[in-house]
Design a protein around this ligand. Structure first.
Ligand code: CP
Length: 332
């Protein structure tokens, strides 16, 4: 297959398909669209003011009905950096939802007030319920256990930033372990789907968990990923495989219903873990005891870069969804 780098250079118009689109799932994306988004994100990362206020005069409705540090603030930071204005809702009880108003009706109102919605909701179906009446684009910023598409994009953006030669299709492969439960963790679900778009690179993924075998996948989830070329192996231990890994993705929190559950807390990383010298650690954060702060000052720490890069990735996505993409692509 043609080198991914070549595809980034040649297919600039792939971003046009994002104009005015709702972003609900990673499944909506082709590999080349993701690569073009990364290209634009890297332009923003090298110069956040590159396109002088492309969203000036546009309003973001930032609706987070579930706790968030990174996703809400990085979306809002991205929008501010693009020159737009923001209305933020951080408690659904302050809206008509507390009076029984439907999300479809809320969506109808949002059409009048803003140009784009970012929604985090525990209920998996809320984002699609809102799309029934929304005429402005919405981004799923985490819907229950289902998906968190922009987090997975930020994760993959980090991996390509760490090892750009992966884009050369020169046979470089990496071994990655994902410590998490794909049935419960939306970040893991979206990430595995994204890996499946690049089976030449992520052909071998080790899933590390300590849950009941029957609970780690939803029905058909594993088969669907494997049909796309992902070779998933399962491990119930971590330390014995750590010395073989290039990337260690760890997460222990899942939002289930209206609260969080912890999974795999027996797997812990600290500066004495037997990591390869050049291995990197990714974590969507927030962290618990599974990721020791004594790793923060080591070269294994790519989780802070992951959180930082999410701003530029979100800037790229928002620009393409809300602004006429040609204006930006003309000067990329
Ligand atoms: N990664 C992530 O979704 O973090 P927040 O819950 O802080 O948004």
């Amino acid at each position: 297959p043609k080198a991914l780098l070549k595809r980034i250079q040649e297919d600039g118009d792939k971003l046009q398909v994002l104009a005015n689109q709702h972003i609900v799932s990673v499944e909506q994306f082709e590999a080349d669209t993701i690569l073009q988004l990364f290209r634009l994100a890297s332009k923003y990362e090298s110069n956040p003011l590159r396109f002088s206020d492309p969203l000036k005069g546009k309003i973001l409705i930032s609706a987070f009905y579930e706790p968030s540090t990174r996703t809400r603030l990085s979306f809002e930071s991205a929008w501010h950096r693009l020159g737009g204005d923001i209305m933020s809702i951080t408690d659904r009880a302050t809206t008509g939802i507390a009076k029984g108003e439907s999300l479809a009706d809320v969506g109808e109102m949002f059409n009048n007030y803003g140009d784009c919605v970012v929604l985090r909701e525990s209920n998996e179906d809320s984002v699609t319920e809102m799309t029934s009446t929304l005429r402005i684009p919405i981004i799923n910023a985490g819907n229950g256990t289902r998906e968190h598409p922009t987090q997975a994009m930020a994760d993959l953006y980090t991996i390509f930033k760490w090892k750009p030669e992966l884009l050369e299709n020169n046979g470089t492969k990496i071994k990655i372990a994902v410590i998490g439960v794909p049935s419960f963790m939306r970040t893991v679900r979206s990430l595995l789907k994204l890996f499946a778009l690049f089976p030449d690179i992520f052909s071998e993924v080790v899933l590390v968990h300590d849950s009941d075998e029957t609970e780690i996948f939803t029905p058909g989830q594993r088969e669907k990923l494997e049909a796309k070329g992902l070779n998933l192996t399962i491990s119930r231990t971590l330390d014995d495989i750590l010395p073989t890994l290039d990337v260690v993705y760890i997460n222990a929190i899942a939002w289930v219903g209206d609260s969080y559950e912890e999974h795999g807390t027996k797997f812990k990383l600290d500066k004495n873990s037997p990591l390869k010298e050049d291995a990197i650690i990714l974590h969507p954060l927030a962290r618990g005891d599974e990721l020791s702060t004594d790793l923060d000052e080591t070269p294994h720490n790519w989780y802070f870069s992951q959180a930082r890069g999410a701003v530029f990735l979100r800037m790229a996505l928002l620009t393409c969804m809300v602004e006429r993409t040609e204006r930006v692509l003309d000067v990329v």
